[in-house]
Design a binder for this molecule. Structure first.
Ligand code: CIZ
Ligand code: SF4
Length: 350
C-alpha cells in the first residue's frame, strides 16, 4: 500500500493512543488489517469493543451492522465510527423493519405468531435485532446457531430465522435432523411471503429469503471442480453457503473455526476454502506449508467490506486525532434496549 498513507495512518494512530481502539474484521483488506488492534469475526469484535470501556473512539473496520452492535454493547460516552458509511451488508439489507413487521402480521393472520420464536443472525440491522427482542427471540452467530435453535424450540413450536436462509436451513437440517420439508422460505417481496396460511402452519422453520452475496455464490460445481483439480483436497466452507455446497463439503465452520482448522491442519494437506477472499489469501500466506486455495475463482471479495480502504482509514484516524468525529454510528435508545434483550439472550444460551 501507498507508503505515504501508511506513514500518515501511523502518525494519526500514535496521536490517538489509547483513546482509540481499532477493530478489524477478518474480511478486511490487508492494508487496513495492519492497523487493527484486534481482529475477529463480528461477535468477537463486538465483545472486544465492550471490553474497552476506556477507549473513547471505537474505529470499526467492518460493515454497518457490526458497528451498530458495537454501539449497542458499549457505553453511551463511547463513539463508534465506521470509516466509510457506504460499507453496508447486502444480507442485512435484505430484511427491513417494515418487511419484518409485515411478516409478523402474516404469521398472526395464519394463527402462528404466538408459537413462533424469532432467531436473528448477528448479520442483521439493529432494527431486526430489536424486533427479535420484542418478540422474545434471540440473536445467534454462525458458531452458536444450533444452540440458539434448540433454545428457541423449547420456547415455541416454530422458528422464524432471519435474514440468512442458508445458515438457518443448514443448521436445522444438517445439525438438528430436521428435513428440508420442515422448512419454508418467506419471500418479503410477495404477498404473505408467497406462502399459504396452511404452509405456514405446517412448517417448523420459516426461513427469511436472504443470503450473502459472497458465500451464496459458491456452487456444487465449485466443489466438484476443485475435487477434480486437486485430488485429496479438503473442502472447508462457511455455513452461509448454499445447502448443497455445505452438504458436499468436508468441514463446515464459522470464520473463527475456519482459521483454527487451517492452523491445526497437518503440513502438506490441501484445502479449498469457501469464504471471503481477503481472509483466504491471508490464510494461504500465513500457512505456506499447506496448499490453501479459494474454492471458486469466479467468486470475489465482499464489495462492501472492501469499501474500507487505507484512504478512508487515514481520513478517519486523522480527523479523530484532530478532535472531529466523522461517520459516527448510533442506535437510538429504544431500539438499543430491545436489541440488547435479544443479544443478552444469546449470551445466556446454554
Ligand atoms: O459473512 C460475514 O459477514 C460473517 C461471517 C461475519 C461475521 O463475522 O460473523
Ligand atoms: Fe454481508 Fe456477506 Fe459481506 Fe458478510 S460477506 S458483510 S454477510 S455481504
Amino acid at each position: 500500500s501507498d507508503p505515504d498513507l501508511v506513514a500518515r495512518a501511523r502518525a494519526a494512530r500514535d496521536r490517538l493512543g489509547d483513546r482509540a481502539f481499532v477493530l478489524g474484521h477478518h474480511y478486511q483488506r490487508d492494508e487496513v488489517i495492519q492497523f487493527a488492534d484486534v481482529t475477529g469475526d463480528s461477535f468477537k469484535l463486538a465483545q472486544q469493543a465492550a471490553a474497552r470501556p476506556d477507549a473513547e473512539y471505537i474505529v470499526f473496520c467492518g460493515v454497518h451492522f457490526m458497528a451498530e452492535s458495537a454501539d449497542i454493547l458499549t457505553t453511551d460516552h463511547q463513539k463508534v465510527v465506521l470509516p466509510d458509511l457506504a460499507a453496508g451488508c447486502s444480507m442485512a439489507d435484505m430484511a427491513t423493519h417494515e418487511q419484518v413487521e409485515e411478516c409478523w402480521e402474516t404469521l398472526a393472520e395464519a394463527g402462528v405468531a404466538d408459537t413462533t420464536v424469532p432467531v436473528s443472525y448477528m448479520n442483521s440491522s439493529a432494527d431486526i435485532k430489536a424486533f427479535t427482542g420484542r418478540h422474545g427471540g434471540t440473536v445467534c452467530t454462525s458458531s452458536n446457531a444450533k444452540r440458539a435453535l434448540e433454545w428457541a424450540f423449547e420456547q415455541g413450536e416454530k422458528v422464524l430465522f432471519l435474514p440468512d436462509q442458508h445458515l438457518g436451513r443448514n443448521t436445522a437440517v444438517l445439525e438438528m435432523g430436521l428435513s428440508l420439508d420442515d422448512c419454508v422460505v418467506y419471500n418479503p417481496h410477495r404477498p404473505n411471503g408467497g406462502l399459504t396460511h396452511q404452509q405456514l402452519r405446517d412448517a417448523t422453520m420459516i426461513l427469511w429469503r436472504g443470503h450473502c452475496s459472497v458465500h451464496g455464490r459458491f456452487s456444487l460445481d465449485s466443489v466438484n471442480d476443485v475435487r477434480e483439480r486437486i485430488p485429496g483436497v479438503n473442502v472447508l466452507v462457511h455455513p452461509e453457503c448454499r445447502h448443497e455446497v455445505v452438504s458436499a463439503a468436508d468441514v463446515v465452520g464459522s470464520t473463527e473455526k475456519i482459521i483454527k482448522v487451517l492452523e491445526e491442519a497437518p503440513a502438506g494437506s490441501a484445502w479449498a476454502v469457501g469464504t471471503e477472499l481477503n481472509l483466504v489469501r491471508r490464510l494461504a500466506d500465513r500457512h505456506p506449508d499447506k496448499e490453501i486455495v479459494f474454492l471458486d475463482k469466479t467468486v470475489c471479495f465482499c464489495s462492501t467490506m472492501n469499501r474500507i480502504d487505507l484512504p478512508h482509514l487515514v481520513r478517519t484516524l486523522e480527523s479523530l486525532a484532530d478532535g472531529q468525529v466523522l461517520n459516527r454510528i448510533t442506535v437510538d435508545p429504544e431500539t438499543e434496549h430491545l436489541a440488547k434483550l435479544a443479544l443478552d439472550q444469546m449470551l445466556r444460551l446454554p
